[in-house]
Design a protein around this ligand. Structure first.
Ligand SMILES: [Zn+2]
Length: 238
């Protein structure tokens, strides 16, 4: 990320914008891992103080959550990739069968971007001579034919991000001695959520404080609700 242009990251084309999107997704994934695992272990801690039970619940939550995130990401990116591939196939066919219409179409798209008719025509002719499919993919479809997102990479990244986030509440509830489990978990979870909120606000050039308050507020609510539910179940002796 360039320090000189914090507000224009997305304007510099696929490279930096793509990296920012990945970073944003990673922060969101980690945030999910923190909140859902914190809610889970705090809820179980409301019912029982058994370290084995807490570890089992936390670990099951970590694995279930990270695999569900990975599977969801795999499906969604695969679908998008299939759609982009199909669009490229159709574009290639149109270029082969109706090159004249495609040249007129590209000229029109370039004119719509602000070029004069003469210049748009000239640019369209040169782009078509150089790499017609790439020109149509970028100008018309808005995709880089060489950089279609890999669904396995997306799934792996989601899995990793969620796991990193989930490890924090899991370790915080399992490692400390009995009386300190809950306070340490709550404090470290709120601190991590504040950091996630601050980071996503910075990445999106949004004000930091509202993002921090929303994020810690959501996490606090999740822990309160599950703790109350867990305590009620624990006290009822079911
Ligand atoms: Zn086209």
């Amino acid at each position: 990320m360039s320090e000189q242009t914090p507000d224009h990251g997305e304007a510099h084309g696929g490279g930096l914008g793509g990296r920012l999107n990945w970073l944003r997704a990673a922060v969101l994934g980690a945030n999910d891992g923190v909140v859902s695992t914190a809610g889970l272990v705090v809820g179980v801690a409301g019912a029982t103080g058994s370290p084995t039970t807490l570890l089992t619940a936390g670990l099951a939550g970590l694995l279930a959550g990270s695999m569900s995130m990975a599977a969801g990401e795999y499906v969604s990116v695969s679908t998008q990739r299939d759609a982009e591939k199909a669009a490229l196939v159709q574009e290639r066919r149109e270029l082969a069968t109706e090159p004249k219409a495609e040249l007129i179409e590209l000229t029109g798209l370039l004119k719509a971007k602000g070029l004069s008719t003469k210049l748009a025509r000239e640019v369209a002719v040169q782009l078509t001579a150089h790499d017609a499919l790439r020109a149509h993919a970028e100008v018309e479809l808005g995709i880089d034919p060489d950089e279609l997102t890999n669904p396995w990479h997306a799934a792996g990244a989601s899995f990793l991000a969620f796991t990193v986030g989930a490890l924090l509440p899991l370790l915080a509830i399992v490692l400390p001695p009995d009386g300190l489990r809950l306070p340490i978990t709550v404090v470290s979870v709120l601190a991590a959520l504040a950091l996630c909120g601050w980071t996503s606000a910075r990445l999106g050039s949004a004000p930091a404080l509202p993002a921090i308050l929303r994020n810690t507020g959501g996490g606090a609510l999740a822990m309160i609700v599950t703790y109350v539910a867990g305590s009620a179940l624990g006290a009822s002796g079911v």
